[in-house]
Design a protein around this ligand. Sequence first.
Ligand SMILES: Cc1cc2nc3c(=O)[nH]c(=O)nc-3n(C[C@H](O)[C@H](O)[C@H](O)COP(=O)(O)OP(=O)(O)OC[C@H]3O[C@@H](n4cnc5c(N)ncnc54)[C@H](O)[C@@H]3O)c2cc1C
Ligand SMILES: NC(=O)c1ccc[n+]([C@@H]2O[C@H](COP(=O)([O-])OP(=O)(O)OC[C@H]3O[C@@H](n4cnc5c(N)ncnc54)[C@H](O)[C@@H]3O)[C@@H](O)[C@H]2O)c1
Length: 449
Amino acid sequence: MNTTYDVIVIGTGVAGSTVATKAQKAGMEVAVVDERPFGGTCPQRGCDPKKVMTGISRIVDDARRVKGLGLDGEVSLNWKDLLAFKNEFTEPVPQGTEEKFQALGIKQYHGTATFLDPHTLKIGEENVTAKYIVIATGAKPADLPFEGSDHLISSDHFFEMDQLPDRLMFVGGGYISFEFAQLAARLGKEVLIIHRGRNVLENHDFEITNKLIEHTKDLGIEIHTNTEVTKITKLDSGYKIDVKKFNHEHAMKADMVFHGAGRAPNIDHLGLENAGIEYSQKGIKVNENHQSVPHQHIYAAGDCADTGLPPLTPTAGAEAARLTGHLLHGENQEPFRKPVPSIVFTYPALGSVGLSQQEARENHIPYEAESKTITKFFTYQRTKEPGAYAKILMNPSTGQIIGAHFLSSEAEHLVNLFALAIQQGLTKDDLTSVLWGYPTAESDIPSFF
Ligand SMILES: Cc1cc2nc3c(=O)[nH]c(=O)nc-3n(C[C@H](O)[C@H](O)[C@H](O)COP(=O)(O)OP(=O)(O)OC[C@H]3O[C@@H](n4cnc5c(N)ncnc54)[C@H](O)[C@@H]3O)c2cc1C
Ligand SMILES: NC(=O)c1ccc[n+]([C@@H]2O[C@H](COP(=O)([O-])OP(=O)(O)OC[C@H]3O[C@@H](n4cnc5c(N)ncnc54)[C@H](O)[C@@H]3O)[C@@H](O)[C@H]2O)c1
């Protein structure tokens, strides 16, 4: 059987769902296909379940700090209940997504889509053709080139474990490792992070990541930088992990080893060669309109596409919107220039937007930096929060904000506000002249400068 549509979208995550919904609403006949339960990574195995779990652990942290200041009693984290609460959010996602597609009249396929030629996909036993094909297949844990890497447990599995072991190791010093490691440590586990590079969370301001490292070590987490995992061996109980620091080799032990060493575009099993679609390790090659090379009727967006943007939920959504602008209306897209806020959901959280100080330095971009410890501010004193920090980078001649970096319970909100400031070209004077409601984290802004 061969069925034909106007558009087939491969993947039902943020990127795929956005394109499918907009195209169907615009009057096109659309089909979606996914090999996993519908809804994609963010709401089922990424941002949302992570934030539910780290959010509860943060409340416990706060409560412990203010014990005796009007709050009595002990609070503690409980993995089983935390998991059950997380499931209340994740389990309804597939059905909810399918119902939304059905209400719009979008045809749904469950299975793996593979290109047979530039207009035809094989899904199970069926061949499906379309005028336009959109690839939105996301990312997967990167293949790591050392022996025993198949013993690594992915973030997907972390969310499904009935119980956590006593000693956990995370390979890689990025977002996943820091967020999950802190959660595990707050659950009373022994935790290690092994990071190959000199600086963890490489895309963030190094002064702030160094402060985050100190807070993370205060939770009892061991962090080894400049250290590469070279081999993992299964033992009768747990694992032996061979590591190399500069030229010195030694072995460590853990009950389980988790993959926090990066994600790669999920494109290996798409049969891209059958359609001659160009790609690299960074993903499917696309132009500003998200059209692939050499086929202009095949588009790609989100984590699977090589767009130069970081693989995050808001960027996947923005890329999908740009793609549909071209697919539906033929609008040629300008290069993407919006600032992209990025938040590490540790506690304190790390929020960054715009230029980091090292980026400004390396690229010889003139800047003026204001940075300070803000722990003594009332906002953080009233909850006894340690180590709150703010750094703002400005253009020295205009005062325009070009970078903002925060480490605190309020970082996630402040960074969004500064994203707006950078996008709108606001200056230090613009921000200090606002009548901010008091007492709030925003009313501290004039004192950052
Ligand atoms: C643990 C974790 C935490 C994260 N936290 C955050 C956060 O706090 N904030 C943030 O902004 N970002 C976060 N991210 C990143 C964010 O989740 C992704 O950037 C975003 O979900 C990407 O969306 P997407 O639509 O490109 O892909 P996805 O949501 O991954 O969707 C791709 C879909 O395609 C399907 N698929 C793949 N291949 C095929 C095929 N051949 N046939 C059929 N279907 C296929 C997959 O099953 C999947 O459902 C996190 C990621 C992880 C892993
Ligand atoms: N809060 C958020 O927004 C959030 C949370 C989780 C994931 N994400 C997204 O998912 C992506 C993947 O996350 P991630 O944490 O897996 O990767 P990451 O890219 O943030 O960090 C991985 C780090 O592991 C290091 N590494 C690689 N191989 C190693 C080895 N053999 N030994 C030691 N270190 C090694 C790399 O040098 C790299 O710095 C992120 O880039 C981000 O876009 C975002």
